[in-house]
Write a protein that binds this ligand. Structure first.
Ligand code: UD1
Ligand code: UDP
Length: 375
């Protein structure tokens, strides 16, 4: 029995790490294929989790477009998958790596297991291109690891058979809980000297393609207005290395008092920064999943979300990208302790920290059964 695991970006590495850890612990024969869709952000995570890839497709180009990434992954993964000939390829999420690696495995008739299956906005332009990457991966996969019952219901509605779907939580929570429990001291001088008790530390991340241009300008304008109107706010923004993001962030925010533009943080530092923060503003998928487990309110800087569970539970609010709505929602949480308190509910909708183990159990049991092999 041989398994291959493919991933290429920061969030995929974080979410695959608990699965890799569990496969290693069980002595399973597996190989790790990284596409290198991200370079520094990926390598940072590989180092942290002690993951050593067997194959690195090294596809990242500066300011790459979707055609380049998709075609390079398809071309370069073909000989690797053909050589490895795994009984199952595990992919995660909704990136170009996820979709292109799945398509390649399908062409080679290798069965696919999809981690974080069934999230949907049903809006093909938002998130773009992730909504379609995820839907297409569903069509290609034969084992679907849904993080929640809502995700499972989406898959059932699309005709995926119930035996192929397993609700396992999201392995991001395994990674998060492990790291959040550790003692930690920041290496970054700003984070190390920040007075988290008296300053209101707002952590922000923004990187989505559909926010490039005007939406991102409106978000950054909201940041300027927030720090101007409340002197206790320190806004910390680890800027994604995408040139489209870096250029706009530097143009609109550098030099703004109490807005701290910093390099992307390694996962340990970022988790501990979220833990110390007052409020999180983000368009990230993974951070929407992590924040409820850290009991931090999140304002989601997007028009849609494929992660409604935290919103339904009241710990996240979808505020869109209009300057006024971001400023108004953030100001309320900065000034109104009651409104703030109402958003801090103790819920873990995305998992209990055992997802990696559950997924490996299911994979091993599926691969030892005859029905899966004949697919
Ligand atoms: C990708 C995913 C997105 C995911 C995000 C996580 C797609 C289409 N998008 O978006 O779903 O939420 O990763 O961060 O798969 N870059 C570097 N170093 C890095 C990483 C990126 O310099 O380590 C720069 C490069 O110039 C690269 C650009 O960022 O060309 C964009 O990277 P890309 O993976 O295409 O898009 P993301 O916005 O990172
Ligand atoms: N993250 C990190 N360092 C940072 C910012 C984010 O380690 O400086 C982590 C974050 O905790 C989450 C993941 O990266 O687990 C989210 O990645 P990203 O926002 O890039 O992608 P998305 O989740 O939107 O696909």
């Amino acid at each position: 029995m041989k398994i291959a695991v493919a991933f290429g970006t920061r969030p995929e590495a974080i979410k695959m790490a608990p699965i890799v850890k569990e496969l290693t612990r069980r002595g399973v024969d597996f190989s790790i294929i990284v596409t290198g869709q991200h370079r520094e952000l990926l390598d940072q995570k590989l180092d942290l989790f002690g993951i050593k890839p067997h194959h690195d497709l090294d596809v990242m180009q500066i300011d790459q477009d979707l055609f380049q990434t998709t075609s390079l992954v398809l071309q370069r993964i073909k000989p690797v998958l053909a050589q490895e000939a795994p009984d199952l390829l595990l992919v995660q999420g909704d990136t170009t790596t996820t979709f292109a690696a799945s398509l390649a495995a399908f062409y080679l008739q290798i069965p696919i297991g999809h981690v974080e299956a069934g999230l949907r906005t049903w809006n093909r332009n938002n998130p773009y291109p992730e909504e379609l990457n995820r839907q297409l991966t569903t069509r290609l996969a034969s084992l679907h690891f849904a993080p929640t019952t809502w995700a499972r219901a989406n898959l059932l509605r699309e005709g995926v058979s119930a035996e192929e779907i397993h609700v396992t939580g999201n392995p991001v929570i395994d990674a998060l809980l492990d790291i959040a429990a550790e003692e930690y001291r920041f290496e970054n001088a700003l984070l190390n000297t920040m007075d988290y008790a008296t300053r209101k530390v707002v952590v922000m991340t923004v990187h989505r393609r559909e926010s490039f241009g005007e939406p991102m300008k409106r978000i950054f304008q909201a940041c300027r207005e927030l720090v101007e109107s409340d002197q206790s706010v320190e806004l910390i923004y680890p800027v994604h290395p995408n040139p489209q993001v870096k250029t706009m962030a530097s143009h609109m925010l550098s030099g703004t008092p109490r807005v701290h533009l910093i390099e992307p943080l390694d996962y340990r530092a970022f988790v501990h920064l979220m833990k110390q923060s007052y409020l999180i503003l983000t368009d990230s998928g993974g951070i929407q999943e992590e924040a409820p487990s850290l009991r931090k309110p999140v304002l989601v800087l997007r028009e849609t979300t494929e992660r409604p569970e935290a919103i339904e539970a009241g710990t996240a609010k979808l505020v869109g990208t209009s300057t006024a709505s971001i400023v108004s929602a953030a100001t309320q949480l900065l000034q109104d302790r009651k409104a703030y308190g109402e958003m801090i509910t103790q819920i873990n909708p995305y998992g209990d920290g055992t997802s990696g183990k559950q997924i490996v159990d299911i994979v091993l049991s599926a691969l030892s059964g005859s029905s899966f092999k004949s697919k």
